[in-house]
Ligand binder design. Sequence first.
Ligand SMILES: C[S@@+](CC[C@H](N)C(=O)[O-])C[C@H]1O[C@@H](n2cnc3c(N)ncnc32)[C@H](O)[C@@H]1O
Length: 273
Amino acid sequence: MPSQRPLGNITRGTTNPNRLRRCDRWLVATQRDRLAKGATPHLVDLGHGASGVTTLEWAERVRAVRPDVHVTGLEIDPERVATAQHWARPGLDFALGGFEVPLAGGQPARVIRAFNVLRQYDEALVEGPWRTMIGRLDERGILVEGTCDELGRLGSWITLDGQGPQTLTLSWRLRDLDASRLPSVVAERLPKALIHRNVPGEPVHDVLRLIDDAWRRATPFAPYGARQQAIAAFAEVAGQVPVIGGPRRWRLGELTLPWSAVAPRSGPLAQRW
Ligand SMILES: C[S@@+](CC[C@H](N)C(=O)[O-])C[C@H]1O[C@@H](n2cnc3c(N)ncnc32)[C@H](O)[C@@H]1O
């Protein structure tokens, strides 16, 4: 048990089985070396919510590439920690904790996943928890801080390492998009650091307009399926802004940009890194 009160506030505990599958799939595919190399990695699911189910799913998915991984679900609400004990098993435990990420012996984390946690805080409060959490990473570590809808069909996440924010990934269930439901629908599920920056003059706003325009121009591919439309659209986006990854990720409804392409020009996070 940590000796001090956990850092942060108890917020709504909404979660759902399989809600974080898109981020888990991305992590296992694109961060494989980070997971597979080095000493046994300790992963932390910060703010597991009302049940431990997404933490268990994460542990199982990562175990496929790193069998000895250890996963800890942390929650600031003691009652939710008690409920989650039901999901504990070898290599997976649950404990009380907040942004200070208390692990036995002060051990650092390889990955901290904080999903649908900071969205319930003020924008001005993002930087402090970011800095606290990245200070708890090991030398290969990343923080994955994101937001998604209740069923995990639409979402986005930022990665950060010891140098600060590195990437933004946008994720859609492609068949939910069409001529009237454009990719910028993801604006409603941006991480707190960006959700209030979707206004003219801000890079994330420009990027979302660019993606919508490219999606519209790729309409001739729609009869071949949403995947083909996405591949064509995201290839056009990649010609105009830097993009990380290619068609293998695009066809899954994923687009990753360097943080420099979306970093806020105004607000509390402007020019902070
Ligand atoms: C909406 S739930 C998200 C559950 C799960 N991560 C998901 O995405 O489905 C947010 C949870 O984060 C917890 N939380 C908020 N601030 C926290 C903090 N500083 N440290 C640990 N947990 C926190 C809340 O108590 C709540 O249970």
